[in-house]
Design a protein around this ligand. Structure first.
Ligand SMILES: [Zn+2]
Length: 417
């Protein structure tokens, strides 16, 4: 009798936010290195401090991708784990003006999230998923709907089975809880990732997200920056040796934002608009605002403006575009289209400053006394380029395509296994 025709079993897939992903056949790690301007990697490699990455760049896949604008932490981390821009997932900053309650609020609550994460969907499909972040503020968003492990280095000491799917994290990692303003907070993330991957409950998919404390203070190629990347390379080498598929990307780049005298180069936009329009005619919102402001004083290269007379937006955009240091000024509709932002969560204007310039609200509202190094920050189009590197060679990629950091899971799961 003739045997029945055989066909290769079709790989299990799932679809999230209109993108299809294959389930991994190898343990897969996506790393978001906060504030990783590509030059940090180049300088550390040039200085011989990243032997694993040097090999990966030669033998794996090395792309430069665009992050989402505003080039801030939360919008980009959510884009990476949803595979979609903020117009889909809804998180367009750390901070927003809630038109419903007419108040300025933090955007850390999952109630702002409009799309499911791939992480939650993978767990739903039976995959063992682990998420480790540096700061706790990201944990609730990244872990929304996730049945798996999700904890922050910042609150590692209080991680428990009910909230985090894990307990005794300090004993597992063998490190104390680090200060939120330290390189060790990010090292904890990598150390935890390696210990989880080496453990009995080995994750199928892991997402690691660090903090940009080092990048806010230290330029590419400086000793402290190189030390950070050498540390990271050591942990990535351990994951690589365990057979993991690794995709490394970043939430945004980082640039010096200073004048020639090393003082912050700030356009105080609220002061400018109060002067032009009168007090209370405009409300400037800085979506970089978060509780951790010591390293950037809430100064970034992106602002959004709510006007009491929205009809004035086009002419005001034109006038603002003439200011030295501003790169792009768009009306709400134009900004939503160009940057793929949720139109209902941005103001009447979106203002982006140039590479060396940041935007403040009013002079009186920024305390820069805590800045102990020349300001480095992000938020603009000038910080949009980020690395997208995999430790597997992927043939046939279109070099002319505009890659995004939120293609990381697509490349890792669909092309690198
Ligand atoms: Zn960041």
């Amino acid at each position: 009798m003739k045997p029945p025709p055989t066909s290769a079993p079709s790989a299990a897939t799932l679809t999230v936010n209109a993108r299809r992903y294959r389930l991994p056949t190898h343990p897969t790690v996506v790393v978001c290195v906060d504030g990783c301007e590509p030059d940090y990697l180049a300088q550390a490699v040039a200085h011989g401090r990243m032997p694993l990455l040097q090999r990966v760049l030669a033998q794996g896949t090395a792309l430069v991708a665009d992050c989402v604008i505003p080039s801030f932490t939360n919008p980009n981390n959510l884009s990476i784990v949803t595979g979609a821009p903020p117009s889909v997932h809804g998180i367009c900053g750390n901070y927003l003006y809630d038109t419903a309650s007419r108040s300025e609020v933090m955007m850390n609550d999952p109630k702002w999230l409009r799309a499911p994460t791939l992480l939650a969907a993978l767990a739903e499909a039976g995959q063992r998923v682990a998420v480790v972040t540096a700061k706790d503020k990201l944990c609730r968003l990244l872990g929304h709907g996730l049945r798996g492990v999700c904890f922050s280095a910042e609150r590692a000491d209080t991680a428990n089975l009910t909230d985090n799917g894990i307990t005794d994290v300090l004993a597992l990692v063998g490190m104390p809880v680090a200060s939120v303003y330290s390189a060790q907070l990010s090292e904890f993330v990598f150390a935890a990732g390696v210990r989880l991957m080496a453990g009995a409950q080995r994750p199928d998919v892991m997402y690691l997200s660090t903090t940009d404390y080092v990048q806010h203070k230290h330029a590419p190629g400086t000793p402290a920056a190189d030390d950070f990347y050498a540390m990271m390379d050591g942990y990535l080498a351990q994951l690589d040796a365990m057979g993991c598929v690794i995709a490394l990307t970043a939430d945004h780049g980082m640039n010096a934002k200073t004048r020639m005298d090393a003082q912050p180069d700030v356009i105080y936009l609220q002061d400018v608009l109060d002067d032009w329009l009168g007090v209370a005619a405009a409300r400037v919102i800085l979506p970089i605002t978060d509780p951790y402001v010591v390293h950037h004083g809430a100064l970034g290269s992106f602002a959004t403006v709510y006007l009491s007379d929205p009809g004035a937006a086009p002419s005001l955009a034109q006038r603002l575009a003439g200011l030295l240091g501003l790169e792009t000024v768009l009306t709400r509709a134009d900004a939503a289209a160009r940057f793929e932002l949720p139109a209902d969560r941005i103001g009447d204007l979106v203002v982006v400053s140039e590479r060396s310039t940041v935007i403040g609200t009013a002079t009186s509202r920024h305390d820069l006394s805590a800045l102990d190094a020349p300001l480095r920050s992000h938020g603009g189009v000038s910080e949009q380029r980020v690395p997208l590197v995999l430790n597997r060679r992927i043939d046939g990629l279109d070099p002319l395509r505009r890659w995004r950091n939120f293609d990381a899971f697509d490349l890792a799961l669909n092309h690198a296994q």
